[in-house]
Design a protein around this ligand. Structure first.
Ligand code: SF4
Ligand code: SF4
Length: 132
């Protein structure tokens, strides 16, 4: 189960580490390179779940949980599975949903990943909340 973006980052780290490993054949190296390129093409939100944003959000929005759920949708294409994540990581942790964001921008100033949090929360709302 994907529990957050750390799994993706770990996989990417492993891929680049393996690529530099001296024991690999050229064919194995190019297979790994292709896998890494594929991973880079997936438009995931680069949230590391550091939760610095959560400390400054006046609405207590479940930002990282919403992003984990959105990445789940992007990766696996399953809305029920993504909603299940969102239910647990946001509401299940006493946080408010993405559509409750008042767009104050405090979170964006705190995010080390420079994520356009307000825009991404709108995407989460559209994809997971709006048409329920
Ligand atoms: S913009 Fe939205 S998510 Fe960000 S701190 Fe303000 S209310 Fe919270
Ligand atoms: S501060 Fe940025 S990287 Fe950290 S949890 Fe919030 S959105 Fe994700």
């Amino acid at each position: 189960m994907l529990s957050g973006m750390s799994n993706i980052e770990q996989m990417e780290d492993n891929l680049s580490y393996m690529k530099d490993f001296a024991g690999l054949t050229e064919e194995q190296k190019s297979t790994l390179e292709a896998a890494q390129e594929e991973m880079n093409r997936i438009p995931l939100i680069p949230c590391t779940t550091c939760n610095y944003c959560a400390k400054v959000c006046p609405m207590d929005i479940g930002i990282s949980g919403s992003f984990t759920a959105m990445n789940y949708l992007t990766l696996y294409g399953s809305k029920p599975a993504a909603l299940h994540q969102e239910n647990w990581l946001v509401g299940g942790h006493g946080k408010k949903r993405a559509d409750q964001c008042i767009k104050c921008g405090a979170c964006e100033a705190a995010c080390p990943q420079h994520i356009s949090i307000r825009e991404e929360l709108e995407r989460v709302t559209e994809a997971l909340i709006a048409e329920q």
